[in-house]
Write a protein that binds this ligand. Structure first.
Ligand code: PEP
Length: 253
């Protein structure tokens, strides 16, 4: 079975102590992940080492960056490089989150640079794509996300794209409490898989995990994850509440 992932995105929330307690509470549930299941905590940079130590003895639990800079190193005060994440033994990093695209003017080509740096440093990028409401209303979401993949991922080789996790996050569903229906999620995930198949092969497309993000909650995760092409979720708000995220992890196929 394809890898199934519950990924938490804490964003700019929680103090260090609150974060540590949240991890303790989640790990206290002692959910034993199967070989094909993973749980990933994308935490603020200062919490990465703590998070990595918390999960170090837990099978298939990982810490992740929420972002990285698109240049290798240099005079970029306040930024964090992919090499720095690698030196902390971090295995995953979110790239191209819609909040980065909106508030920090990140473009598809900058995201492509981040993807390259991640893969060159043994970090799997969790590549976010997804359309805003006007694009959905104009029914051009398929073309929109296809362009995002084309400009940020499709320069990769087949071996490289196998190490990418895709997160489809319709912007109109992020933090709004408005979730895509299972039909909308499945339709888009199948579309994403089909364009990867055309670019690479069906075999490659069947290996790339595609997560859904956008108001995943404890009470809708199981239904969303039951869609054949939905391989888990990237979760913001509900990942900040131990009981909710525990239920989301338990909802993985
Ligand atoms: C996100 O941050 O990627 C996200 C999907 O947030 P939320 O679950 O709060 O909608």
């Amino acid at each position: 079975m394809r890898t199934q992932i519950a990924a938490a995105n804490w964003k700019m929330n929680l103090t260090f102590q609150q974060g540590e307690k949240l991890l303790d509470d989640i790990l206290a549930a002692k959910i034993k992940l199967k070989d094909h299941q993973k749980t990933i905590f994308a935490v603020p940079y200062p919490y990465l080492t703590m998070t990595r130590s918390e999960v170090t003895d837990e099978k298939n639990y990982y810490a992740a960056g929420q972002n990285c800079h698109h240049k290798r190193s240099g005079a970029f005060t306040g930024e964090v490089s992919v090499e720095m994440l690698h030196s902390l033994k971090i295995n995953y990093c979110i790239v191209g989150h819609s909040e980065r695209r909106e508030h920090f003017a990140e473009t598809n080509s900058m995201v492509a640079e981040k993807v390259n740096l991640c893969l060159g440093n043994f970090i799997s990028p969790i590549f976010c794509c997804g359309e805003a409401l006007p694009v959905r209303e104009a029914e051009t979401q398929n073309e929109f996300v296809a362009q995002q993949l084309k400009e940020s991922l499709f320069h990769l080789t087949a071996d490289q794209i196998r190490n990418v996790v895709i997160a489809y996050e319709p912007i109109w569903a992020i933090g709004t409490g408005k979730t895509a229906t299972t039909e909308q999620a499945q339709e888009m995930h199948a579309h994403l898989r089909s364009i990867i198949a055309v670019q690479y092969s069906v075999a490659v497309a069947n290996q790339v995990p595609i997560l859904y993000g956008g108001s995943v909650k404890a009470n809708n995760a199981r239904e969303l994850f039951s869609c054949p092409d939905v391989d888990g979720g990237l979760v913001g708000g509900a990942s900040l509440v131990a009981a909710d995220f525990i239920e989301i992890i338990r909802s993985l196929k």
